[in-house]
Ligand binder design. Structure first.
Ligand SMILES: [Zn+2]
Length: 69
């Protein structure tokens, strides 16, 4: 089994926002459910201009996981 590189980040299960592992609450949706099992990071600067952000329902700039398990 290979170790997943998570950059010390965990992903919000609800909105896929990536936050530091020490964070307790998601700054975007207020969820407290996080997963360390995620893959693919995207950084969104202008969600209103990004097709990918629209696809992933991202409305605020920041780092997001593409897939959260
Ligand atoms: Zn969230």
């Amino acid at each position: 089994m290979s170790r997943r590189v998570t950059f010390g980040l965990k992903a919000c299960v609800k909105c896929k926002r990536l936050v530091e592992e020490k964070e307790k609450v998601c700054p975007v949706c207020g969820s407290t459910s996080f997963s360390k099992e995620w893959s693919g990071m995207i950084i969104v600067y202008k969600p209103e201009e990004s097709q990918l952000a629209k696809m992933l329902n991202i409305t605020k700039p920041g780092r997001y996981a593409i897939k959260v398990i």
